[in-house]
Design a protein around this ligand. Structure first.
Ligand code: UD1
Length: 420
């Protein structure tokens, strides 16, 4: 298993161009199955989760070619309607293939995704919604057998929670369904807007993406199309945190500041100075060099503070002056990084969904364990600040979402190497 070795204490500075968003590229890759076209997807990050999605597409019969950050998916011929267990298990979010497969092949057999490192990951909202659109779903020995006898038909769906994945699955299943689908309490994340924009670029009729009510009028045909994946807002937040925790100055290029509006106020409360243009963000350290604590950070569905940015921000606040509080409202078990940060000298107490983080003067390098994607990134951030050497183990979690994190941080002046 690969590890990262970090010698902390260097102030990072410099500029970088952001990778494309994993959480946008994944549903878009699933959407390439719809219709019988060829999709050219630019700005597709080179990540293990994306490689897992490509394996699924290839297994189903698509031809996929990568040239640089462009993936061309030829989905004119589909030969399978089952995703085997080993491929499903490589990536939990492969559930998003279900809606696309039902639309394309009218049947799909996939294994039930299990829990994951963030706690139980139910898919009840996905399944209830797909049933409303006409799917029959039975569960058999850990597999889900899904069929649509007469073709998918539009319907009214009110989500009990604005689930990102369920909203995506509904968009995929409904855009070629018969008639109109209305989604109430839809997720409003920018990645939903990106998916809808890819689908509309192929001729789908989706209105309201990015709002809580989305209307989809089913179409009979989708064209081939080209699409550029949006920049990754969580990776952007992570590299801003790298600047913040080391007292450095970071310029992000090719970013969409509007996607980061719920995160910027936290940086400002921490005392950082931010300057933005339409496609750039510059972060400068507090004038007196001191990171301030933040009263309360509550994770929420978009446009609230994103749960994916909770761990990176916690790393920064672990060395703030004063006490900060986090309330994790999205996932049950998303504080595993806290105990590892404590091993580095942080003072974080976790009680259920609340974490209380009292800033310390210094962090110290030691061997720590990445337990999930963003929590792993938080440990790398802490290692950049810590005195001495930090070794972060199990970085396959980090490789799911960050393109060569060590190369990016090295380019900003960090002393970091990957050890096989
Ligand atoms: C997506 C993102 C993930 C992010 C999350 C919340 C991708 C690939 N992943 O995950 O990075 O942290 O949104 O912004 O885009 N839930 C149910 N039943 C369901 C579906 C969800 O109870 O059928 C619950 C989940 O357990 C969780 C909450 O709803 O507690 C949010 O999940 P959801 O919005 O669906 O997240 P994902 O799409 O899995």
């Amino acid at each position: 298993m690969s590890k990262l070795r970090i010698e902390g204490g260097r102030r990072l500075s410099g500029e970088l161009k952001l990778q494309g968003a994993k959480n946008s590229a994944l549903p878009i890759l699933a959407a390439t199955l719809l219709g019988e076209g060829v999709s050219v997807i630019h700005n597709c990050p080179d990540l293990t989760d994306i490689a897992a999605a490509v394996k699924i597409l290839e297994y189903l019969g698509c031809k996929v070619v990568r040239e640089g950050d462009t993936l061309t998916v030829d989905a004119r011929q589909i030969t399978q309607c089952t995703i085997p267990e080993n491929l499903m298990r490589e990536m939990r979010s492969s559930i998003v293939f279900l809606g696309a497969m039902l639309s394309r092949t009218r049947k799909a057999k996939i294994c039930m995704p299990g829990g994951c490192e963030l706690g139980p990951r139910p898919i009840d909202l996905h399944l209830e919604a797909l049933k409303k659109l006409g799917a029959t779903i039975t569960s058999d020995h850990g597999y889900l057998d899904c069929k649509v006898e007469k073709g998918l038909e539009g319907g009214k769906i009110s989500l009990l929670f604005p689930s990102v994945g369920a909203t995506e699955n509904i968009l995929l299943a409904s855009c070629m369904a018969k008639g109109r689908t209305v989604i109430h309490n839809a997720a409003q994340e920018p990645e939903i807007v990106d998916l809808a924009s890819y689908l509309n670029g192929r001729g789908a009729k989706i209105r309201g993406a990015g709002k809580s009510r989305i209307v989809v009028d089913g179409v009979e045909h989708l064209d081939s199309a080209e699409h550029t994946v949006m920049p990754d807002r969580i990776v952007a937040a992570t590299y801003l945190c790298a600047g913040a925790i080391t007292g450095g100055e970071i310029l992000l290029r090719e970013v969409r500041p509007c996607d980061l509006e719920s995160i910027f106020p936290i940086f400002e409360k921490m005392g950082m100075h931010l300057r933005m243009t339409e496609s750039e963000v510059l972060l400068k350290p507090p004038t007196d060099g001191k990171i301030r604590s933040v009263n309360a950070i509550r994770t929420m569905p978009h446009p609230g503070f994103p749960t994916d940015a909770q761990a990176p921000i916690m790393a920064v606040l672990s060395v703030a002056e004063g006490t900060s509080m986090f309330v994790e409202n999205i996932f049950e078990s998303r504080y595993k990084h806290a105990q590892e940060l404590n091993r580095m000298g942080a003072d974080i107490k976790v009680e259920g969904r609340v974490a209380v983080c009292t800033g310390v003067d210094a962090l110290y390098g030691t061997e720590v364990q990445a337990e999930d994607l963003r929590g792993g990134a938080a440990l790398v951030l802490a290692g950049l600040r810590a005195e001495g050497i930090t070794q972060v183990n199990d970085i396959h979690h980090i490789d799911r979402g960050y393109e060569s994190i060590e190369t990016v941080l090295d380019s900003l002046g960090a002393n970091i190497v990957r050890i096989a």
